[in-house]
Design a protein around this ligand. Structure first.
Ligand code: ADP
Ligand code: MG
Length: 319
């Protein structure tokens, strides 16, 4: 290890702050952030730990991209526009300079893609595993943020993209044999989630509730139901499956309970159903209606014949 903390900040991190005047070039005690009149600051944080959320031999660029993207996904779920981010790196002596350089280059590439800058953070040494955390800042017009509460009986339950791909990728890594050409698209979904920022923005003023699917459809829908004090019925046959996942064993169950897809799950009053094609267009992603909100509490998952599945089979009990 040759890079000191000071060098690390000066040489590797400072370039990521350029273009955001309030970052003060990472040369001050804190950053300055202007919040435009009529906007609210939206703040989220996610941390990841070596051997818990990523493996020591995962490509560092991908770890960086995923760390940034899971945070951006939280902004998408709030309907916010990304503004800037901070990082915390707790570095064991075993983390090489090359690893850090690759990690920072992963951040650099993705911050350009999403139009944001690094504006601060902290770097510490640790005797434990490598820990990385990221705090993201976003902006939303005052009062327009999407929240988990607000779903009402009769609202349509909608999801973006396809579900279960990331969970299928994990199952493949654990030994599930699938046709070779299915592997790259599924693995990409696990490693490089796409935060649905444009869709989140488009949902402002239309969706009554929203969340990003990180723990799985059943678990995350349960959060909306709980916060909104309603229930829901969803149809197994309507779950959107990717070309790669469709036809693989357990794909539908993965779509129901598998995590890490980072799609948006939201509720839409039926009178806004006409906007669905425009939402998909503006969001740059397909949107599917998978069910409806009910006054009766709890979640019912209906099979192709409209019969409720035993909750055990949905994996609901695990949560
Ligand atoms: P202080 O002791 O005042 O907290 P530090 O030496 O921890 O100062 O940090 C100096 C500057 O470098 C600060 O502006 C801080 O935001 C920035 N910085 C430190 N670590 C990171 C990091 N991992 N990512 C981004 N900025 C960082
Ligand atoms: Mg500090």
């Amino acid at each position: 290890m040759t890079l000191g903390e000071f060098e690390f900040i000066e040489r590797l991190l400072r370039p990521l702050a350029q273009g955001f005047p309030g970052s003060l070039d990472l040369g001050d005690d804190a950053a300055l952030v202007d919040v435009p009149e009529g906007c609210q600051l939206v703040v989220a944080k996610d941390a990841i730990v070596e051997n818990v959320h990523f493996f020591s031999d995962d490509p560092p660029e991908q770890i960086a991209a995923k760390l940034l993207r899971v945070n951006l996904s939280d902004l998408a779920a709030m309907g916010a526009d990304p503004l800037a981010y901070l990082t915390m790196i707790a570095r064991p002596a075993s983390t090489s300079d090359q690893w850090l350089e690759a990690f920072v280059s992963g951040l650099a590439e993705d911050q350009n893609r999403f139009g944001i800058h690094l504006i601060g953070g902290d770097t510490v040494a640790t005797t434990g595993p490598l820990v990385l955390s990221l705090t993201i800042l976003g902006l939303v017009p005052r009062g327009a943020a999407l929240q988990r509460r607000g779903a009402r009986p009769g609202d349509l339950v909608c999801v973006s993209g396809t579900l279960g791909d990331a969970a299928m990728a994990l199952r493949i890594q654990r030994g599930l044999a699938v046709p070779e050409e299915m592997v790259p698209p599924l693995l990409a979904r696990y490693r490089m989630p796409v935060p649905r920022l444009a869709l989140g923005r488009a949902l402002r003023g239309l969706a009554t509730a929203a969340i990003d699917i990180s723990d799985g459809l059943v678990a995350d829908l349960a959060h909306i139901l709980e916060r909104s004090k309603v229930g829901a019925e969803i149809e197994m046959a309507n779950l959107p499956l990717s070309e790669a996942a469709r036809g693989l064993p357990g794909a539908r169950l993965s779509a129901l309970t598998g995590g890490d897809d980072y799609e948006l799950l939201f509720t839409l009053p039926p009178e806004h159903a006409q906007h669905l094609p425009a939402l998909a267009e503006r969001g740059g992603v397909a949107v599917s209606v998978i069910g409806r909100i009910t006054a009766e509490p709890g979640l019912r998952v209906l099979d192709a014949n409209g019969r409720p599945l035993a909750l055990e089979r949905t994996g609901y009990r695990h949560f």
